[in-house]
Write a protein that binds this ligand. Structure first.
Ligand code: NAD
Ligand code: TYD
Length: 351
């Protein structure tokens, strides 16, 4: 069956893996990648598929309602997979408004355009909103986030994502838009912008810079291989139930300090440096304000209803991630100059 699918944020970290999966796996689909190409969007991520017949790229801003309405008048989309977002918690603390604009207003613009376009033809259409486990807030030592856990966002980033999730569900109930939402845990893998913990540490180990660990380093995250997230999105897009929410996770909790120790040891090995070299770079710095203690996903629903399970172990995925960053110096070099340096200095100057 031929379908035209709009993927927003397809030049970013998760979006680029998803676009590649869909373009290669579904040659009969037409995939339109809409991305503003902010600091986090990079068409180099998609070089291998850019001239594939079923793929096209549109540069544009989801905050611009006029532009979005025009795009929808030019294309009849059967499905939308919405990933475009401002995605970094630390940046949301520096500039919350940018997160409201893109994550909330941008999502509303897409919902409004879909509502107009699909009027009376909602069958076989789908608005799939990609969200995060951070909307559920912070866990103590015990327990997991389920699909019915109450929302309790605590950072400007998670508050903006929570707001967009609410609007997506409201449009389903109020206007009958066919929607599905998934909330995923922390992703890792190739092509992640080096402001996030894992690529930031690999980059700093390589260049002999300090590894900034916020607070006591005992904060816990549940890590999932990015291509497993893309595989889960594929499953939910094709087999998920309209109106439902699916949590996606890796059953893979790590305290930040333990993760960074493992990362140091694997990177020393990959660089043929004596074990213990990278660990000397670990530096405890001032904590992130409002830092969520622990995230952990109960992924039983997607496992039992759709058969999803992570495909690789963390050690394997982490080793592959390190190899990718060490072998893609040009990619890293291109994005760690200019604006990245300015952000890095502002973010870490008083820590
Ligand atoms: P990312 O920051 O790497 O990529 C975001 C992409 O969106 C970039 O290509 C950027 O250019 C684009 N974009 C930003 N503002 C835009 C705008 N106004 N108009 C059009 N495009 C715009 O983010 P990511 O890590 O790939 O996350 C993608 C989605 O997945 C986000 O919605 C995020 O909330 C969600 N998510 C991320 C994680 C994670 O661990 N990274 C976990 C769960 C959910
Ligand atoms: P991050 O990769 O920013 O993802 P998120 O905040 O969305 O979970 O951070 C992961 C964890 O690592 C989080 O607990 C904050 C911590 N962290 C540091 O300790 N130092 C850093 O320099 C960064 C960027 C994150």
């Amino acid at each position: 069956m031929s379908k035209k699918i709009l993927i927003t944020g397809g030049a970013g970290f998760i979006g680029s893996h998803l676009v590649r999966l869909f373009v290669n796996k579904y040659p009969d689909y037409k995939i339109v990648n809409l991305d503003k190409l902010t600091y986090a969007g990079n068409l180099e991520n998609l070089k291998d598929i850019e001239s594939t017949a079923n793929y096209s790229f549109v540069k544009g801003d989801i905050v611009d309602a006029q532009f979005i309405n025009k795009l929808f008048s030019e294309h009849q989309f059967d499905g939308i997979i919405h990933l475009a977002a401002e995605s970094h918690v630390d940046r949301s603390i520096l500039n919350p408004l940018a997160f409201v604009e893109t994550n909330v207003i941008g999502t509303l613009n897409l919902l409004n355009a879909a509502k107009e376009q699909w009027k009376g033809e909602e069958n076989d259409k789908l608005f799939y909103h990609i969200s995060t486990d951070e909307v559920y807030g912070s866990l103590g030592e015990e327990g997991f986030f389920t699909e019915t856990t109450s929302y309790d966002p605590r950072s400007p980033y998670s508050a903006s994502k929570a707001s967009s999730d609410h609007f997506v569900r409201a449009y389903h109930h109020t206007y009958g838009i066919p929607v599905v939402v998934s909330n995923c845990s922390n992703n890792y893998g190739p092509n992640q912008f080096p402001e996030k913990l894992i690529p930031l540490c690999i980059h700093n180990i390589k260049s002999g810079k300090a590894l900034p660990i916020y607070g006591d380093g005992k904060y816990t995250r549940d890590w999932l291989w990015v291509m497993d997230h893309a595989a889960a999105i594929d499953l939910i897009f094709h087999k998920g139930k309209i109106g439902e929410t699916y949590n996606i996770g890796g059953h893979n909790e790590w305290k930040n300090i333990d993760l960074v120790h493992l990362l140091c040891d694997l990177t020393d090995k990959a660089l043929n440096r004596p074990q213990g070299t990278a660990r000397q770079l670990i530096t405890f710095v001032k904590d992130r304000p409002g830092h969520d203690k622990r995230y952990a996903i109960d992924a039983n629903k997607i496992k039992h209803e759709l058969g999803f399970e992570p495909s690789i172990t963390f050690e394997t995925g982490l080793a592959q991630t390190i190899d990718w960053y060490l072998n893609n110096e040009t990619w890293l070099g291109n994005i760690t100059s200019g604006a990245y340096k300015a952000y890095y200095e502002q973010q870490y100057k008083n820590r």
